[in-house]
Design a protein around this ligand. Sequence first.
Ligand SMILES: [Zn+2]
Length: 282
Amino acid sequence: MKNKKQKYACFSIDVERFIDTECVRNANQPIEQTMLDGLDRYMEILDRHNIKATMFVLSDFAEDIYEQLKKHLENGHKLALHGKEHIAPRKHSNEKFRAQIISAKTKLEKMFDTEITGYRAPHFSIDRDKLGILNELGFRYDSSRMDFPTARYTTYVDMDGFENPTGEIYKKEEFYEFGVPTQNVFGKKYPISGGGYVRMSNWFFINALIKRYAKKNDYYMFYLHPFELSKEKLPKLGKLKFYDKMYLKKGNLLYRYKIENIIKILKKTGYKFTTFEKLVNE
Ligand SMILES: [Zn+2]
């Protein structure tokens, strides 16, 4: 970040199975489909635009998708950690968190012969203690901060003591936090960086928000879950609540076009596509 006027966009994906989605897991149904074809479909879009992304991976099932991950790594995408399993870190003590992160990081590094320097918490559920632990364990960045009070599982993180070079980027010594950008809508913050928020939102509404944001800001990031782009048919979800069914289905078919459009907006407004890994070293 030498040149203050350069705008940066980072693309990412939280590589998790359909069953790792909280509402699906809570429904306690036997579900075979992983919907991980969505990872390849996402990468296919990004590869076409020569955009490199960061894959936040759960170490518990990394061996099951070794070849899939390896292929994307060989194409220049980056590997980071999404945890051992898909459980919100705030449910664990600091000691358990530390132990899990050490074993998950070591496992992925050995498996893929690459250094893991980034982390994103399941459910964006991070706190200051756990940020400190990541820093101690040699991570260079976290990307879990969502300053959006009504999100179901997220926790608000006070960044007191961190520098704030721009937007949702925070920095303390050599450690960075890459948060989720939001836009104000009638005085309330609305996430514009992917996941269910962008997918379920009205096309024109979200388009206008992202355009407005992109013109005025110099950091944007995008994240996604594989099921959101999967071509597989959603399994029968009888036991789920209406809202959860909506969350899992709404907007999936159109999402690839929305992503293409976001890329177009970012290109038009002068963004450079990079990775979190590159940004921490610049
Ligand atoms: Zn996740």
